[in-house]
Structures are given as C-alpha cells and as structure tokens.
Write a protein that binds this ligand. Sequence first.
Ligand code: SF4
Length: 376
Amino acid sequence: MMDVSKKIEELKNLSISKLREKIVSIKKELPREEQNIITFSKNFTLSLSNFCQNQCGYCFYNQTIPKEDKEDNVVLIKEETINNFIQTAIKYGCTEALLMSGEFPDNFKEVQKELEKRSYNDFFHFVRNLSEKLLGVNLLPHTNIGMLTYRQLKSLKECNASMGLMIESTCKSLSKIGGVHENSPGKTPENRINHIVNAGKLKIPFTTGLLLGIGENFSDRVNDLLLIKEINLKYNHIQEVIIQNFTNKMGIKYNPDKLISIEETLKTAGIAKLIFGNDIAIQVPPNLIQNYEKEALEMGIDDFGGISPFTLDYINPNHIWPKIDHLEKICESNGYKLRERLPIYKKYINKQGFCPENIKKMIDNINKNVRNKTDS
Ligand code: SF4
C-alpha cells in the first residue's frame, strides 16, 4: 500500500485539469441516469442555544460573541419560536429539521434555569423531546449539537433520521496556545473521532466534514479525509462529507493574514471526490461559494446540503442561502439536474439496522405527499 505522505504529495501536485479528468471518470462509474444529479435537502434550522462550553477562535455563534440583536444569543429556544418555525416549515414543504446548538449548553446556569422552568431534566432531555415532537408532524430531525455519549447517540437514533458532527480538523497544533481550539476542550480530535466511530457502531446515517482555513495545512486536510475513509470502511455509515470554508466575521478572535480561497476549497472538494469516489457524497454549502457553483460542479460535488427557505445559516449569518430555483438554473445551465433528497440518504433507508421502523413510516408519509423526495 502506498504510504500516506506519498499519497498526499501525489494529490497535492495534481493540476486542476488532471483532477477534473479523474472526476469525470469517477462520475461515469455511476448509472447513466445518476451521473448528472446534484442533491439538496429542503430544511430549516432550530438554533436551540448559543451557549457553548468551547471558545473556538473562528466562532461567531458562541454566546460570548456580541450579535447585532441581543436576542440572537439564545439561552434556550422558546416554545413559541419552535411552533412558529414548524408551521412555516410545513408551509414551505421542508422535510428536514436541523437541530443545532453550542456544546453542553446546560453547563451554564442560565440554561439550567430555563430547562428547569420548562420541566426538563437536562438539555439532552429537551432535544430528545423536541425530536419526537418534530417526528409527530412529519419533519425529519437531523441533530448536530456537539459531543454526545454512546447512550445519548443510541437514544437519539430512535427519533432522528440522521445525525452529524464535523471532524473539522484533527491537526494537533490547533489545540495548542494560539490555535483556534486552544480553549475548546470539546474539539479534542480523539473525542470527535470516537463520536463518529460510536455513530458507526450504532449504524447512524452520519454527516461529517472538514472546516478549512482555520490554521491547518493541505496535508492535514488530506490526512483527515483519509481518516474519514478509514472509519467509513469499517462502519459504512458516513453518507456525506462537507467541505466548508471559513469565512470572516465581525467580533471573532481568529483573524488570519489570508482567508482560504474558494479555489482552494473546491480543490479540496475535488480531492475528496477522488478519495471517496461515489461511496460518500461530497457536499459544499452553496452560500459560501457563491459565483463558483460551476467550478464546484466540475470538482465533482454531489450535494448542496440543507437549504432553508426561511431560516439563516446561523454559523455564517451574512451568507444568505440561495433560492432553490436559482441553484436549479445554475445546475441546468451546466448540464446537471438539481434533485431534492431527505436528510437520510436513500441507500440507508432500507439498509439493515440503519433506519428505525417509525422513521421509515414517516418517510413513507412524506413520499406520499411529495414527489421525488429521494437522492437518486
Ligand atoms: S463548539 Fe461550535 S458553537 Fe461552540 S465555540 Fe466551537 S464552533 Fe462555536
């Protein structure tokens, strides 16, 4: 087997045109009718609490970062907001509810007090309850709230169609003094890898990905892609890998001399495609690569991720989601077809042990109501 550093060197030296050529042959391995399909999920986000035990240098979401509107630093999302969002999501025909929050928000007294007032034992209890509520109205939860124990993952699997946790980067220097993860105990690479492995053991259809431009280098990125591949070879549960570029925000600590370029981001997406082939979908968030969609398609991406018709990208609130028909036109003018999918990829719905029966029933209900709610 080729040694990893040689492999990295080889990938690093690939020209964009060579990369494109290789990507074309990978796509050709798919059945003819799937070769030009690009997917997305019509979702909405419930940002549950901005309170977080970590202080990642690049984070705008964290409660310590002042927001334009003070109310935007949520202690615990109000019941009224949840109900309003659910009604709006139903009106728009969303199928995925993304549940996100800071990590361990109930480490904070303010959050504990709110939970107590609303009769929840802890934050996990709140999330479990909310997931059930969403399923009750045919909305499929996808939870990404940071680190969870094996037992918590197991419990959430019963009421989530899929789950996620970005590996971001396992580069050790990010946790050292001056690194973006210096004050983020939850970002210890070993713990995050363990979380993804546990999701694999539990057969949870899973999303992970890299955050680029936070102090890691090209070799670190390829290393992490190879690591994800290795985990997936064992558990076969990773349905998509997000390649996300850091973008600058007001008020955050991290201030690199040079921002990661979209070109470099997309080259990484292309390399991810070479590494994962057609086994795992490569996703880039379209709001972070605006005007480079054609180049993204040329780098073999498969998916534009969750796009919300009415909620923000709370991590990058200045980057508004594109309209779905705008993306549709871009895809069409480049010879692709945009197709809606569910938060659980089709191949996992009937894969033994990956999708609980109650969620399968829900998917049947959704598919009865909407055409083409499958990834391919
Ligand atoms: S863990 Fe997430 S929410 Fe918390 S500081 Fe880091 S990026 Fe922000």
